[in-house]
Design a protein around this ligand. Structure first.
Ligand code: GLU
Length: 484
């Protein structure tokens, strides 16, 4: 049997990290088996579904590299098929029309509550006579369609993640509604559990891999597969993503949608790598940093954990930084450019200079969006000096040392990796101080701060744009002010 899996998002919000992680597991499983990954948009909730969410979901999946082989198909375009299948169950006596009014259903539930019973439909319209039906219709009642659930059935399956799972028919809430109320000669809008099964059968889905929050739907769906005469697929319910407190990750935990992670400066290869680790323990030989394609070679459900996976920002940041550290400067520059542009920096700068900045900053970055702050000293004319830098510049002999550097610089520009050391040495000799003091003071003078990326490399970049001498002069004014 060929492997066919699907991701079936509802476009009622932006692509959520939980849905995306489910998509990762489906994708890995499909690729591992040379199977097919299908995208289905579950847009039957007309009130809450929006085309812009569909767009966001597809963009997010593509951005993460989770390419699909079939689809997207839209449930709203398949209503005729669902109605035909509802009719089939009615014709076979496996489903029936129920005429209960909302008030009657409420009264039933109140009575159950009063007796401390779990709310359920008591199947009271399962065996109406034709005369009773006609009488209800004459009252103007619009029936729903209910699917018969045998209270005495045990529904069991071997879950890919959770192994043996079993439910009792009596715990499923009574005969279930599969189509909303409509005139008795029509079929109303079909409901979620039903359309999922009709689609999964029609699309020949072999493995239904989805979040654990759907586990309660699975026994009902298995009964529907049987009623529709189809082979029941294999099910795998993947652990939820939890916040640090152990509750399901939600909007209240801050960023949860993939496009927000993108805007924060996470790169897709890193985010998808991290998401794979959320619930899957890779074999040791693979390590923790891998491409989706490499993970697909190794992926199986043996290594998917049952317990919920805690979302860990520190780990995500570490994974992201590892990708940035090893990225070729040209590629990194493409990614950094929008951030520099947004800060108003990069408009007329040449590409090779920017690539050198990227190479310099790569090992310092955790997220792309930090780049404007961390490289500001390379772009702006008036960098300003932090209090610590000012204090450094005002130390004894620093003015003299920087004077010596400035004089040597004028004689040696353009600066290169070769002649920069002699320029530094000129500072050491003119003030008769240790090289360490000169280096620290140069950092203060050239970058405006006491810490940052490699100093000599930063200086060479400033020198290429003739920004170093003016900055030394600004620093000398601070130093002179301090010593005067
Ligand atoms: N549409 C459902 C959701 O977005 C998924 C249904 C399924 O995977 O069976 O949660």
């Amino acid at each position: 049997m060929s492997v066919r899996v699907r991701i079936a998002p509802s476009p009622t919000g932006k692509l959520h990290i939980g849905t995306a992680r489910t998509a990762v597991f489906n994708w890995l499983f499909a690729r591992h088996h040379g199977g097919t990954f299908v995208l289905r948009i579950e847009d039957t909730d007309l009130e809450r579904s929006r085309p812009e969410y569909t767009e966001n979901i597809m963009q997010g999946l593509s951005w993460l590299g989770l390419s699909w082989d079939e689809g997207p198909s839209y449930q709203t375009q398949r209503l005729a098929l669902y109605q035909q299948k509802v009719q089939l169950l009615l014709d076979q006596g496996l489903a029936y029309r129920a005429y209960d009014t909302p008030a009657e259903l409420d009264a039933m539930r109140e009575a159950q509550k009063a007796q401390n019973q779990a709310p359920r439909y008591d199947n009271r319209h399962r065996n109406l006579t034709p005369e009773q039906e006609v009488a209800y219709q004459a009252e103007g009642r619009q029936p729903v369609v209910r699917f018969k659930i045998d209270d005495n059935r045990e529904i069991a399956w071997k879950d890919l993640v959770r192994d043996a799972v079993s439910w009792q028919g009596r715990d499923l809430g009574g005969d279930m509604v599969i189509a909303r109320a409509a005139e008795a000669d029509q079929i109303g809008a079909p409901l979620y559990n039903f359309v999922v099964v009709v689609d999964d059968i029609d699309m020949q889905i072999s493995h239904v891999i989805r979040g654990e929050d759907h586990i309660g739907n699975t026994p009902k769906q298995i009964l529907l597969y049987e009623a529709l005469g189809a082979t029941v697929p294999q099910f795998g319910h993947t652990p939820l993503i939890l916040n640090q407190a152990g509750a399901k990750l939600s909007k209240r935990d801050g960023v949860t949608s993939i496009s927000d992670f993108e805007a924060m400066g996470y790169v897709p290869e890193a985010l998808v790598n991290y998401m794979t680790l959320l619930g899957w323990s890779p074999p040791e030989a693979l390590g923790e940093l891998f491409t989706l394609a490499d993970a697909a070679k190794q992926f199986d459900f043996e290594r998917v954990n049952r317990a919920g996976a805690k979302f860990d920002w520190d780990k995500l940041n570490w994974v992201n930084s590892q990708y940035l550290h090893q990225m070729p400067p040209a590629q990194l520059t493409d990614l950094l450019l929008p951030y520099w542009q947004a800060a108003g920096y990069a408009a007329d700068l040449d590409r090779s200079w920017l690539e050198q900045v990227s190479a310099l900053i790569a090992t310092d970055l955790v997220r792309l969006d930090e780049v404007a702050t961390k490289t500001r000293y390379l772009f702006v004319a008036d960098v300003g000096f932090t209090a610590a830098a000012q204090a450094q510049l005002q130390l004894e002999n620093v003015g003299t040392a920087l004077e010596g550097v400035a004089v040597a610089l004028e004689a040696n520009s353009p600066l290169s990796a070769e002649n920069v050391q002699s320029v530094i040495q000129a500072g050491v000799e003119s003030a008769k101080v240790k090289k360490g003091l000169v280096m620290k003071s140069l950092r203060a003078a050239l970058t405006g701060d006491l810490q940052g990326p490699d100093l000599v490399q930063s200086w060479l970049l400033l020198n290429q744009r003739q920004m170093d001498l003016p900055r030394l002069k600004q620093a000398l004014a601070v130093a002179a002010g301090g010593t005067a």
